[in-house]
Ligand binder design. Structure first.
Ligand SMILES: [Zn+2]
Length: 345
C-alpha cells in the first residue's frame, strides 16, 4: 500500500509532470467505472471544435453550477494570508476522479485543488475558496488563485467532454462573479502558464477557444466586461411629418461578456444620459430612452451587434439623437459619441 501511495503521490495532478511516461494503469475502483465511449481518435485542436458529449439529452448552457462539497481534511492551508484571488488555474488529473479525491486526502501527496470536475460534468469542491489549495507548485499563485482539476484518465475519461467544458465554464463565471476575476487569458490560465511551472497541463487537447467562448456566455456583465467600438450607421434620415424612417447602428463587442438577447446580458441602444425628452421621435421603441435592443440572439466577443429602430416625424425641425450602448443588466458601453440627426420637413 505504501508503494501504491508513493506512485499515486508522484502521478496525481498533471500526468505531464511525469518525465518517464504515464504511470501504470490501475483497475478502476469503486462505482466510477463508466461505459466505454466511442470517441474515435483524438483530433488535433481546432478552434471551437465540439468535444464529445456523454449526455443523452442536450445541456442548456449557461447554468448555475452546484458543486458537491467533499472537503479534504488535510491538504490545504486555512486562509490566504490576506492575498487577493486574482487567477483561475486549469489542470487535468492524469488519474481517475476517485483516485484524485483520495490523493487530496493523503498529506504525503502534497496536492489538492479547490474543484475537481468528473468526466460527466459533476463538480466536487474539495477546498473552500477562502482557503489555499496546493495545485500550482507556486506558493504565490496558490495563495492568489483558485485551482480546477478536470478528470482526464486513460480508462475513466480519456478525453475532455462537452459536459466538462460546460461545468468548468459555469464554475469560472460563478468564481468571476464572486471575486471580480476578469475572464480573459491573463487571469484564466493553464498550469503550464504558471510562472516557473514544469507541467504541461491542460495540454494540447484542451480547447481554449471553445472554453473562452463558453465563459463569455455567462461572464457577469460589468464595467470590466462591457465594451464596444463603433462600426457603422445608416445615413441621417430626412423625412416629412407623419413619415417614418429606419435607423440602424452597428457596434462591435470588444468586451469579455457575450451580448445575449432576452437575458441580463442583452445589449441595448440607449439615449445618452437616459434622456426621455426625445420620445416624440419614437415609433414603437422598447422604452422612451431605449430605442433598440440587439437584433441577434448572441453577439460573442469580437462579433457585431445591429441595433435597428424607427423614427417618426411629428413636428418640423432638426433633432440630434445622442446614442450609447448599454447592457442594462450590467454596465454602460464605452461612450463612442454616436448620434443620428433627424430632419423633419
Ligand atoms: Zn496541474
Amino acid at each position: 500500500m505504501r508503494g501504491w501511495i508513493a506512485i499515486l503521490a508522484a502521478s496525481v495532478l498533471c500526468g505531464s509532470c511525469m518525465t518517464a511516461g504515464r504511470p501504470p494503469i490501475y483497475v478502476p475502483d469503486g462505482p466510477l467505472v463508466v461505459a466505454q465511449q466511442s470517441l474515435g481518435p483524438l483530433s488535433s485542436p481546432v478552434p471551437r471544435a465540439q468535444p464529445p458529449s456523454r449526455s443523452l439529452v442536450p445541456i442548456a448552457f449557461p447554468y448555475t453550477p452546484h458543486p458537491d462539497w467533499i472537503p479534504t481534511q488535510t491538504n490545504y492551508d486555512p486562509g490566504r494570508d490576506g492575498a487577493s484571488i486574482d487567477y483561475i488555474v486549469i489542470h487535468y488529473t492524469a488519474i481517475s476522479y476517485a483516485r484524485t479525491l483520495k490523493a487530496f486526502n493523503i498529506p504525503a501527496s502534497y496536492v489538492s485543488a479547490h474543484y475537481v470536475i468528473r468526466g460527466d460534468g459533476h463538480i466536487a469542491q474539495v477546498v473552500g475558496e477562502a482557503d489555499t489549495a496546493w495545485h500550482s507548485g507556486n506558493f504565490y499563485f496558490n495563495e492568489h488563485s483558485i485551482g480546477i482539476e478536470l478528470e482526464l484518465d486513460d480508462i475513466t475519461n480519456p478525453a475532455f467532454t462537452a459536459e466538462q467544458y460546460y461545468a468548468v465554464a459555469a464554475l469560472a463565471c460563478a468564481i468571476s462573479a464572486r471575486h471580480g476575476i476578469p475572464l480573459d487569458r491573463a487571469h484564466v490560465i493553464g498550469h503550464n502558464e504558471v510562472p516557473g511551472s514544469t507541467h504541461s497541463d491542460p495540454g494540447p487537447t484542451w480547447g481554449w477557444p471553445h472554453f473562452m467562448y463558453l465563459t463569455s456566455l455567462c461572464a457577469p456583465p460589468n464595467a470590466s466586461t462591457v465594451h464596444a467600438t463603433f462600426v457603422s450607421e445608416t445615413a441621417f434620415p430626412v423625412i416629412d411629418t407623419d413619415e417614418i424612417a429606419p435607423v440602424s447602428i452597428v457596434l462591435r463587442n470588444t468586451g469579455g461578456t457575450a451580448w445575449r438577447k432576452g437575458t441580463s446580458q442583452e445589449a441595448r441602444l440607449a439615449i445618452r444620459g437616459n434622456r426621455t425628452d426625445l420620445v416624440f421621435l419614437s415609433d414603437r421603441w422598447p422604452a422612451a430612452d431605449r430605442p433598440a435592443a440587439q437584433s441577434e440572439d448572441i453577439v460573442p466577443p469580437g462579433g457585431t451587434g445591429t441595433f435597428t429602430f424607427q423614427v417618426k416625424g411629428t413636428v418640423p425641425g432638426t433633432f440630434i439623437l445622442p446614442l450609447r450602448g448599454v447592457v442594462d443588466g450590467g454596465a454602460w458601453m464605452d461612450d463612442l459619441g454616436v448620434y443620428t440627426v433627424i430632419t423633419v420637413q
